[in-house]
Design a protein around this ligand. Sequence first.
Ligand SMILES: NC(=O)C1=CN([C@@H]2O[C@H](COP(=O)(O)OP(=O)(O)OC[C@H]3O[C@@H](n4cnc5c(N)ncnc54)[C@H](O)[C@@H]3O)[C@@H](O)[C@H]2O)C=CC1
Ligand SMILES: CC(=O)C(=O)O
Ligand SMILES: [Mg+2]
Length: 620
Amino acid sequence: MPLGLTIPAALSRSPSTQDLHKYSSADAIDGITRNPSHEHQKKVTASLPQNTVPKNPITMSTRFDTSYEPELREHLHISGLVPPVVETYDIQIKRCLKALEAKKSGLDKYVYLSHLRNSNFNLFYRLLIGHMKDITPLVYTPVVGEACEKWSHIFSEPEGLYLPWKERGNLAETIKNWPEKEVDICVVTDGSRILGLGDLGVGGIGISIGKLALYTACAGIHPTKTLPIVIDLGTDNERLLNDELYLGTRMKRLGEKDMMKFLDEMMAALKARWPSIIIQFEDFKNPFPSLAKYQNMYTCFNDDIQGTGAVVLAGVINAVRNTGIAPKDQRLVFLGAGSAGVGVARQIMEMFKKEGNLSEDEARKLFYLVDSKGLVTNDRGDKLQEHKLIFSRSDNNGQQYKSLEDVLDYVKPTILMGLSTIGGAFHEGIIRKMASYSERPIIFPLSNPVSKSECTFEEAMKFTDEKVLFASGSPFPTYEAKDGKLHEPGQGNNMYVFPGIGMGTIISQASLINQDMIYASAEYLASSLTQEERDDGLIYPRINRIRDVSARVALGVVRAAERNHLARNPEIVGMDDDTLVEYIKGKMYDPTAVPTEVEETDPGMWNWLTSKLSLPWSKL
Ligand SMILES: NC(=O)C1=CN([C@@H]2O[C@H](COP(=O)(O)OP(=O)(O)OC[C@H]3O[C@@H](n4cnc5c(N)ncnc54)[C@H](O)[C@@H]3O)[C@@H](O)[C@H]2O)C=CC1
Ligand SMILES: CC(=O)C(=O)O
Ligand SMILES: [Mg+2]
């Protein structure tokens, strides 16, 4: 029985240092795949206390790796179960890239990548981290949106926890079925507003899986310590209810009261099993009640309100600097006044108060929110949802502005945000109006996936005479300007902050995630731009530096936790910034690290995995 076996150091040499070096590519991430930084990282971790040095334990899903040397294969009892050739990482990645190239559709590529992650997550993360720019859109927005829409048709293996309404009263037992002993972080959705695609029922679990893949790729949270969850309280999507393949409960979605009861039980059960678990709420149609209720009780945050607020704030900090217009002279119009719109407006308002020396009232007056009924005003005649009240206007002299054009003519904004789920809403006329109000208009079409983006990068560049300061929620191709210069679009997606928020919370061992920690994630992201990126006119760092950037974001989160007396990790007390960043990096899961140990696995997990793989491991 190979469980608990420690591999002698001499045997754990697969792959070789040369292989690691070969694997390095132009797109590789500093500190992870480049050999010199890897060496540097090893040196730094060597100087840290032993229990902080990360290990890369072999688990069931990393067991069949063609890079393992014969001796290691023997120890793992996998000789003959893996093809005979011992491969370099480089060759493994080449095969993956070729396989991906051969798949015609994004969805086929998504399915291939899911299988790869489930059969060998080390290889999956080597591929993803080494090719962030190309692979992220296949596991996250936009393709994950299509995967969630078609989840019940592409499903082949469980990858997370499904918590249906019928399990209420029994959630603690159900949660105990999750085979991993340690979980650091979970992402939970109710599937009711997946990206801008609406209610996708249990298909929403795809977004939990996608976000957690980025927690691992961007911030190095170990894949086995992540837990995707979908709660199934029914769906109002008729297409799903009428689909014989639909995998969720065939009933109309329950209301807020039932949801809160269910969440109360789930939160308590998660914390009972994993006392320091971080719970990230994702893509709830109405996420405000749960955030209000749990944020001071559990280690949790809402990515759509808080993560999005922080990431867009970081882009705005850098973009506003490029406009040369002081915060007090900016005017902002938001198309979309939902969780993301209001979350973003609140964070930017905080910044205007701090940086622009404005009072709350002065800062608030710079914001004009537009929803499906037009400009949000006090005298519009409908009952406003509570979250909109803070930005509701009272200075409209009884006049209501129904269309975005009317609002633009009235406000003449310098900044236009799209969080409306309405693809193409920023048409040529809208963009040209923005260009007429200021020299460098800030236009952020942030709705996801690409089909819901309010405009494309190309449209924003063309119709502003290439003056726009741009960021979108989903990725767009580079644009070739009239002078032949290539311009890269910014991606204002919360993927720049949530991994660092999670990692910073884990590192600090904070029991709560407060506003100061969220705000710090934005500040540290904004200041993580390199001089070269600034010179190239970027407002977000290049995605291939995401691990470095996430470590900086995590640093900011830890510092804020310390300031707020929330940090509880005695190991980090007194560390200066450089040491702390190296400490954070030292804690990151590294899929290129040589395997050192076979994980002591509990029998429950072992049985679950062996049955899952239908292999006769129990006989070994
Ligand atoms: N870039 C990023 O990191 C993020 C992007 N988002 C995107 O933001 C979008 C909105 O998300 P949530 O705010 O959570 O959704 P939500 O459903 O809470 O809000 C949507 C808002 O858009 C408004 N709206 C709908 N149709 C409209 C129309 N025709 N004209 C004007 N307003 C209209 C609604 O009234 C509502 O205020 C989604 O597409 C989502 O993918 C959300 C979170 C993060
Ligand atoms: C990115 C994200 O969280 C969303 O579109 O909902
Ligand atoms: Mg979201």
